[in-house]
Design a protein around this ligand. Structure first.
Ligand code: NDP
Ligand code: 2IT
Length: 449
C-alpha cells in the first residue's frame, strides 16, 4: 500500500490499535499517502519516530454527562475531548454535538485539525471534542443543563493556554454561551477559554461568518490562479444549511455566483432563481426549522427528500458544507458529468477517497477541507489574540486578516505540491505544508522517555 516500509508499519499499527474506526483510518491513510515523498526524502522523520507519534493522540478524555430533561428524567450522554497534538500551540478545535459522535469521528476530526491549524500559520495545536447528545428538538433549558454538565467535567482539562474548544455541528452561539458561563462559574476566571463567543462577552466580529467566507476566499484564489476564473456568473450548489453553509452561500453570492440549492439531513431545496438567504436564515438561525419549509415559503422553489440528491443538481461549483463522506463516488461522477469545474470542501472530509479520485482524474479543481475550511479556526485564533489583548478589532480588520490567511494557505499548499512533483494536487500540498511545521516542532521539543 505504501512504498515506504516505515509508513506501512505505522499504518498497520494504527489499524491494530483502532479496529473498525473507519473515519479515523480514512483520514490517517490519506495523510500518510501524501507524506510518502516527504518521509522518503528525509530520514529525520523516521529516525525521530515522528509519524508513529503523530497518529496517537497525546490525551483522550471520555466522560459521563448526566442531566435532567424537562420531564424530570435523568439522561446520560457520553462526552469526549481528544487532545491530539500540542507541538505548535494549545490544543484547539470544535465541539460536535450529534447522535453519530463516537471515538472514530472524534479522532478523525482531531487528527485533521492538527494539519489545518498548522496551515493557518497561527500557534494552535489540534483537538476535537463532543458528545452523542442531540440538541435537535430539545428545549433551551435542556440544552443549557446538558452544556453545564458537559463543561463541569471538561473544565478540568481545558484553559486559555491549554485547550480552547469552539463550535462545530450542533454547537453554535447558544451552546458556547452556556458552556462559557459554566466554565466561568467553576474557575472564577474570565478568559478566552472558548471561541465563537457572543459579541457582548469576548467574541470576535466575523467569527460566525469566517468558515463560509474563508471557503469562498480560498476557492476564489484557486479559480484565479489555476484557471484564470472566478465565481462570477457561476452556478453554485451548497450542501447543508448550518453555520458554514449559510455564510458560504452569502459570500459566493457576493462574489457573483448564484447558489441554487441547499440541504439538511432530510432533503434539499432547489431554487432556480437563486436561494434567498434571508429566508434560510429565518428558518435555520431563528426558528431552528427544516430546509423543507423554504419551498413552502418561496414561490417556484422545489423540495426533494434525501440529502444526497443535491449532487444531481447541475452546477459549476460544488461546496459540500454538511458532514463527512457526504459525496460518494456516484455523486462525484454525476457532478463531473454535469460539468462541475471546482469543488471546495467546507465540511470536514465530505468527499470519500473514491470521490476525490474521480475529481482528480477528471481535472476538477479540488480544494480539500483542511485547507479550504481553515478560516473558521484561523478566526478563532484571532479571537484568542483579541481576548489576550483585552481588545477587539473591527469586522473589516478581522475579515481582511482572514482573507490574507486563506490566500496564504492556498499558495502554501500549491507550492508544497509543486515542490514534491504533484503540481495542482492540493490534497497532497495541504497535507505536506501542514505537516512540516508540526513535525519540525515535535523534533525540536524532544521525546519524553
Ligand atoms: P451546523 O450544525 O451549523 O450545520 C450542519 C448542517 O449539516 C445542517 O444543515 C445539518 O442538517 C447538516 N448535517 C449534519 N449532519 C448531517 C448528516 N449526517 N447528514 C446530512 N446532513 C447533515 O454545523 P456547521 O455548519 O458548523 O458544520 C458543518 C460542517 O463544517 C461540519 O463538517 C463541520 O465539522 C465543518 N466545519 C465547521 C466549522 C465551524 O466553524 N463551524 C469550521 C470548519 C469546519 P440537520 O439540521 O438536518 O442535522
Ligand atoms: O472543524 C473546525 O475547524 C471547527 N469546527 C472550528 C474549530 C475552532 O476552534 O474554531
Amino acid at each position: 500500500m505504501f512504498k515506504s516500509a516505515y509508513l506501512t508499519k505505522v499504518y498497520e499499527q494504527v489499524e491494530k490499535r483502532n479496529p473498525g474506526e473507519k473515519e479515523f483510518l480514512q483520514a490517517v491513510r490519506e495523510v500518510l499517502e501524501s507524506l510518502e515523498p516527504v518521509v522518503l526524502a528525509d530520514g529525520k522523520y523516521e529516525k525521530n519516530g515522528v509519524i508513529e507519534r503523530l497518529v496517537e493522540p497525546e490525551r483522550q478524555i471520555v466522560f459521563r454527562v448526566s442531566w435532567v430533561d424537562d420531564q424530570g428524567q435523568v439522561q446520560v450522554n457520553r462526552g469526549y475531548r481528544v487532545q491530539f497534538n500540542s507541538a505548535i500551540g494549545p490544543y484547539k478545535g470544535g465541539i460536535r454535538l450529534h447522535p453519530s459522535v463516537n471515538p472514530s469521528i472524534m479522532k478523525f476530526l482531531g487528527f485533521e485539525q492538527i494539519f489545518k491549524n498548522s496551515l493557518t500559520g497561527l500557534p494552535i495545536g489540534g483537538a476535537k471534542g463532543g458528545s452523542d447528545f442531540d440538541p435537535k428538538g430539545k428545549s433551551d433549558g435542556e440544552v443549557m443543563r446538558f452544556c453545564q454538565s458537559f463543561m463541569t467535567e471538561l473544565a478540568k482539562h481545558i484553559g486559555a493556554d491549554t485547550d480552547v474548544p469552539a463550535g462545530d455541528i450542533g454547537t453554535g452561539a447558544r451552546e458556547i454561551g452556556y458552556m462559557f458561563g459554566q466554565y466561568k462559574r467553576l474557575q472564577n476566571e474570565f478568559t478566552g477559554v472558548l471561541t465563537g463567543k457572543g459579541l457582548t462577552y469576548g467574541g470576535s466580529l466575523a467569527r460566525k461568518e469566517a468558515t463560509g467566507f474563508g471557503l469562498c476566499y480560498f476557492v476564489d484564489e484557486m479559480l484565479k490562479c489555476m484557471k484564470n476564473d472566478s465565481f462570477k456568473g457561476k452556478t453554485v450548489v451548497v450542501s447543508g444549511s448550518g453555520n458554514v453553509a449559510i455564510y458560504a452561500t452569502a459570500k459566493a453570492t457576493e462574489l457573483g455566483g448564484k447558489v441554487v440549492a441547499m440541504s439538511d439531513s432530510n432533503g434539499y431545496v432547489y431554487d432556480k432563481d437563486g436561494i434567498k438567504l434571508d429566508v434560510v436564515k429565518q428558518i435555520k438561525e431563528v426558528e431552528r426549522g427544516r430546509i423543507r419549509e423554504y419551498a413552502e415559503r418561496v414561490k417556484g422553489a422545489e423540495y426533494h427528500e434525501g440529502c444526497a440528491g443535491i449532487w444531481t443538481v447541475p452546477c459549476d461549483i460544488a461546496l459540500p458544507c454538511a458532514t463527512q463522506n457526504e459525496i460518494q463516488k456516484e455523486s462525484a461522477e454525476i457532478l463531473v458529468k454535469n460539468g462541475v469545474v471546482a469543488v471546495g470542501e467546507g465540511a470536514n472530509m465530505p468527499s470519500t477517497p473514491e470521490a476525490i479520485a474521480v475529481f482528480q482524474e477528471n481535472g476538477i479543481l479540488f480544494a480539500p477541507a483542511k485547507a479550504a475550511n481553515a478560516g473558521g479556526v484561523a478566526t478563532s485564533a484571532l479571537e484568542m489574540s483579541q481576548n489576550s489583548m483585552r481588545y477587539s478589532w473591527s469586522f473589516q480588520e478581522v475579515d481582511e486578516k482572514l482573507h490574507g490567511i486563506m490566500v496564504g494557505i492556498f499558495h502554501n499548499a500549491y507550492n508544497a505540491a509543486e515542490k514534491f512533483g504533484m503540481k495542482g494536487n492540493l490534497v497532497a500540498g495541504a497535507n505536506i505544508a501542514g505537516f512540516t511545521k508540526v513535525a519540525d516542532s515535535m523534533i525540536a521539543q524532544g521525546i519524553a522517555y
